[in-house]
Design a protein. Structure first.
Length: 335
């Protein structure tokens, strides 16, 4: 039986470090508030002078993942790109990565599932590999949040949380018994779509309207988040969807060697850890350094965990995410 496995990984973050003190120079906030509520100490924001974008960061992470998998770009036979911050309204960044890597005319799919985007993308790669359709699927999560945040006090409840960066993996087939992606679980609840959203620019909110009305109170062009509401749903759904993956495979929480949760908020990760009875060394967090990088957060964290030897061959790895949509998802992988 063919299963899919992660054959290569890599991440890239911009050089520009933005500390909480830097933010305090832009808006009314402070290091103590940000650390206490979110655990974040600093994040990376693209320096606009570098011309870095979601697709260029994605390409840099992808090059590392491709090299680690021991293949070349020419071997990639499908691209899946998850982001909420594409370079263009259309086309999506999948085709830009295809062009930047000089890959021939393979399919490139864009996934729009925000914080859950990487697990959605991985589950699609998994299915294509299990059906024998593709052999080297490049899965990328990349975000440029800093270009579109409200960096005034008005936007502080959102803008202090988000960071830029990219992570990627190469998925390949394996016939090794019990190895690879064991299960994936995807959910959504559109009734809460507006609780964490960026409404414009969009077909319901064209830029023309913004310019014509010149209404500075129209904040639709910045991300909105009902923080408390999102937090409450996140802690419930994270636990639920991890338990769903465990139930589907017959494992117990204590069987998990490493949980890599989407880096939404350190308090959310700690809550899940405690409520599931997991040890401190069983949950990987790097939000302290990078903030919340949405679709990029899990592949960045996975790449760092691998580099640090915290996820090893034979480990049972769980990835789980919750975010805008609402969407939430999980996967269990035997490394
Ligand atoms: O990745 C997708 C999923 N996202 C999440 O899961 C995020 C979930 N939500 C959260 O992480 C938290 O709700 C936040 C970190 C966003 C906010 O924390 P909170 O404890 O829910 O704070 P709050 O929004 O209730 O605000 C508390 C106070 C308010 O002041 P008053 O009304 O009590 O006077 C805010 O105006 O903190 C104020 N505040 C700030 N103060 C300093 C909000 N943002 C800031 C800030 N600096 N950056």
């Amino acid at each position: 039986m063919i299963n899919s496995k992660i054959a290569g990984y890599g991440h890239y973050v911009p050089d520009n470090v933005v500390t909480n003190d830097h933010l305090a120079g832009m808006m009314e906030t402070n290091d103590a508030w940000i650390q206490e509520r979110t655990g974040i100490q600093e994040r990376r924001w693209i320096d606009p002078k570098t011309g870095e974008t979601t697709s260029t960061m994605g390409t840099k992470a992808a090059r590392k993942a491709i090299a680690k998998a021991g293949i070349t770009p020419a071997d990639v036979d499908f691209i899946i790109f998850a982001t909420l911050s594409p370079d263009y309204y259309f086309p999506g960044p999948g085709v830009q990565v295809q062009e930047q890597l000089g890959i021939a005319e393979v399919g490139a799919l864009d996934v729009r599932n925000q914080c859950s985007g990487f697990i959605y993308a991985l589950s699609i790669a998994d299915k294509f590999i299990k059906t024998g359709t593709y052999k080297n699927v490049l899965v990328i999560g990349s975000e440029n949040h800093s270009g579109g945040l409200d960096k005034t006090t008005r936007g502080r409840g959102v803008s202090v949380i988000f960071g830029d960066g990219a992570g990627a993996v190469v998925m390949q087939p394996t016939t090794q018994e019990g190895k690879g992606v064991l299960t994936t679980h995807l959910h959504s609840e559109g009734v809460h779509a507006k609780e964490l959203a960026l409404i414009g620019p969009s077909t319901s909110h064209w830029v023309d309207k913004m310019i014509a009305e010149n209404d500075e109170s129209d904040t639709s062009y910045y991300p909105y988040m009902n923080g408390n509401f999102v937090f409450k749903h996140a802690v419930t759904r994270f636990k639920e969807v991890i338990e769903e993956a465990l139930a589907a495979t017959g494992y117990k929480p204590t069987d998990i060697d490493m949980l890599i949760p989407h880096q939404a908020n350190l308090r959310i990760s700690q809550f899940i850890q405690k409520s599931m009875g997991l040890g401190h060394d069983k949950v990987f967090n790097n939000i302290q350094k990078y903030g919340n990088t949405t679709a990029a957060s899990i592949p960045i964290a996975f790449s760092e965990a691998m580099e640090q030897g915290k996820v090893k061959e034979g480990d049972l790895l769980c990835m789980a995410a919750f975010g805008s949509g609402f969407t939430w998802a999980s996967t269990l992988i035997r490394m």
